[in-house]
Design a protein. Structure first.
Ligand code: CP
Ligand code: NVA
Length: 311
């Protein structure tokens, strides 16, 4: 019998309920175990994933494509020059046509409206593989990693340091849903979206989690369980990179920041990293770092998502 997630899309990290996060993460654990023991799982045999990319990618592209192969299906890469999203034909027509061929669509786009529009017009599940506003697949892998390292999610305190960007926004919703408190520490003027903050504060309250924005890195990281950072200039913001480097310099995750956190604090970074900018190489290679488990978990978490949406 198809589950509650069957046929749905994942556009925002808000889209999943607390129970649905648990279901995706539980499925991801099973799929990871099967992969480790080389137990085949061909639940998506004969299915096709269409992957639209307006921006570059290593992890998202490879983990989705490999994931589909491992599940017995097939993935098609549609790069920026292939379908020319927004230039050659309408998003609506692309969604309708792709739905006649593919069983799932994944899209990495600039404007969040584009992926929302794809989902509105597609007859198959659409997965947001990163937009300027959110990165929900990343957060599934992040939560899986924290769960592995800490044995739980609810009741922990994560501190995200850096730009109030797409990753921060999805973390706010994801942490709120699973009952993990989150402080987003940014320089002035780079705070997360006010609407997402208000919304996630509200969701968090119902799960006994505090979602907050702050400028005080030192006070925020004191005894925290997880420290997370991301690049200071995201894809599409390259022209601002030099200016941001100055403004964000006091917000680097380094040994002295890590020393204020709990001794067993887990360090996360979605990657790609700009070493010695948002994080030191030393911290990423410390015993606290889980950044490569986190990257691996993109594979398992997304396989779980695809099985639940389209299996
Ligand atoms: N973290 C992440 O989404 O990586 P890519 O940009 O390489 O896909
Ligand atoms: N915030 C980053 C995440 C990369 C995975 C970006 O959008 O470029």
């Amino acid at each position: 019998m198809p589950g509650k997630l069957h046929g749905r899309s994942l556009i925002s990290s808000k889209d999943l309920t607390t129970d649905e996060y648990a279901e995706v993460l539980h499925t991801a654990v099973i799929l990871k175990r099967q992969r480790r023991s080389r137990t085949p799982n061909l639940e998506l045999t004969g299915k096709t994933l269409a992957m639209i990319f307006q921006k570059p990618s290593l992890r998202t592209r490879v983990s989705f494509e490999v994931g589909m192969t491992q599940l017995g299906g097939h993935a098609i890469y549609l790069g920026p020059s292939d379908i020319k999203l927004g230039a050659r034909e309408t998003t609506e027509d692309i969604a309708i046509v792709l739905s006649r061929y593919a069983d799932i669509i994944m899209a990495r786009v600039f404007g969040h409206d584009i992926v929302a529009d794809l989902a509105r017009h597609a007859g198959v599940p659409v997965i947001n593989g990163l937009s300027d506003r959110e990165h929900p697949c990343q957060i599934l892998a992040d939560l899986q990693t924290v769960q592995e390292k800490k044995g739980r999610l609810a009741g922990l305190h994560m501190v995200y340091v850096g730009d109030g960007n797409n990753v921060a926004h999805s973390l706010m919703y994801g942490c709120a849903r699973v009952g993990m408190s989150l402080t987003v520490v940014t320089p002035e003027g780079f705070e997360p979206d006010a609407e997402i903050l208000a919304d996630s504060v509200e969701i968090g309250r119902s799960q006994n989690a505090t979602i907050a924005s702050s400028r005080d890195l030192s006070a925020s990281v004191k005894n925290c369980d997880v420290i997370y950072t991301d690049v200071w200039a995201s894809m599409g913001q390259e022209a601002e990179a030099d200016q941001r480097r100055q403004l964000f310099a006091p917000y680097q995750v380094n040994e002295s920041v890590l020393a204020r956190a709990d001794a067993e604090c887990v360090v996360l970074h979605c990657l790609p990293a700009h070493y010695e900018e948002e994080i030191t190489y030393e911290v990423t290679r410390s015993r606290n770092s889980a950044i490569f488990d986190q990257a691996e978990n993109r594979l398992h978490a997304q396989k779980a998502l695809m099985v639940l949406l389209a299996g």
